[in-house]
Write a protein that binds this ligand. Structure first.
Ligand SMILES: Nc1nc2c(ncn2[C@@H]2O[C@H](COP(=O)(O)OP(=O)(O)OP(=O)(O)O)[C@@H](O)[C@H]2O)c(=O)[nH]1
Ligand SMILES: [Mg+2]
Ligand SMILES: [Zn+2]
Length: 309
């Protein structure tokens, strides 16, 4: 039978198939394959994976993992760190932030955008807690992302602002929600689909941080073809498996103008006669977005230098 993995708990996998959920384990030979040293992924099966299972009484066995159309992953620093697949087969990534508690961090969103670019997954930036936003915060957000390919939606789970719009954007798709703890990922899911009654909790007033209320990645089948993957708040998001000279490809508006740079390829850093730097000066590209790019570029350069020295 064909199903989709909706949850992973240690060695156990919940698989959704034929309108029901079955607890499964992984066939030994699949597990062995993934325990080898040169395996590049840390986890053999991820939420969103399509699998072939056999069911005997009430427990199932995953016999086969269907080749993924894509996967959303992270890779932190460390020579022996493997790639963690957060979710497989996604139609869309929703990176969620909030205007306050915790405050906006667009550099984090930029890293997610690089990953989505590399995996060809469309990205939506959802900025929640509009009820706490100042007019200038909204302006800044719009300015920062002008001329990019990132869709932005501003919401409030509290007042319901743009909740239906977001719901429409996600209809008939598998979307993965990513963001810091406390931005309101689960609250917005509850606002879109009130019948879910998912658990949320207050952001700590002393630190402004969330409490990591959601503790596991899990897929919620909202309707047969509308599926949401809720994830626990991420503190960091590594893209250490992307080579430094490739990063600008995933800054859409940089790539668009790169053919006017004197050097090809150009990393828009030290090279003279660089169109991207000219556009930053003219205000076509936001200076902070450029700094965010340089920040990513330098962190990858440093990392690759220590890896191969
Ligand atoms: N003012 C305001 N508060 C909100 C809004 N959305 C969520 N909150 C509050 O923010 C807090 C955290 O919400 P959660 O939905 O648990 O956040 P989360 O992103 O799922 O957090 P983790 O599961 O820890 O990753 C709760 O106290 C919510 O009531 C909003 O639009 N406006
Ligand atoms: Mg949550
Ligand atoms: Zn350039």
């Amino acid at each position: 039978m064909r199903g989709v993995v909706s949850k992973v708990m240690g060695l156990y996998y919940t698989v959704y198939h034929d309108s029901t959920y079955t607890n499964c384990v992984l066939r030994g030979k699949l597990r062995q394959k993934f325990e080898s040293e040169d395996e590049k992924f840390s986890n053999p099966v991820a939420v969103g994976d399509e699998v072939e299972i056999t069911v005997d009484d009430s427990t199932g066995v995953i016999e086969e993992i269907v080749p993924r159309k894509n996967y959303f992953s992270r890779k932190e620093k460390g020579k022996h760190r493997k790639i963690d697949i957060i979710a497989a087969n996604c139609d869309c990534v929703v990176v969620m932030q909030s205007f306050a508690l915790p405050k906006l961090n667009l550099r984090f969103a930029d890293r997610i955008a690089v990953r989505c670019g590399q995996q060809h997954i469309p990205l939506i930036l959802c900025v929640n807690k509009q009820d706490l936003a100042l007019e200038k915060d909204i302006e800044y957000l719009r300015e920062y992302y002008k001329n990019t390919d990132i869709s932005i939606i501003i919401t409030s789970a509290k007042t319901g602002y743009n909740v239906d719009e977001l719901k429409n954007m996600l209809y008939n798709k598998t979307s993965v929600f990513i963001g810091y703890s406390g931005v309101g990922k689960t609250s917005i899911l509850n606002a879109m689909y009130p019948h879910l009654h998912l658990r949320v909790s207050d952001v700590s007033l002393s630190t402004g941080k969330g409490r990591h209320t959601t503790t596991n990645v899990s897929m919620i089948i909202v309707e047969e073809h509308t599926r949401i993957i809720d994830t626990p708040g991420l503190r960091e998001f590594g893209i250490m498996d992307i080579e430094p000279h490739l990063v600008s490809k995933y800054f859409y508006e940089f790539e668009k103008y790169a053919s006017w740079c004197a050097f090809k390829p150009c990393t828009h850093d030290h090279e003279p006669d660089c169109e991207v730097k000219r556009l930053v000066q003219k205000g076509v590209i936001h200076e902070e977005r450029y700094i965010s790019y340089i920040n990513i570029l330098n962190s990858l350069k440093d990392y690759y230098a220590t890896m191969y020295s």
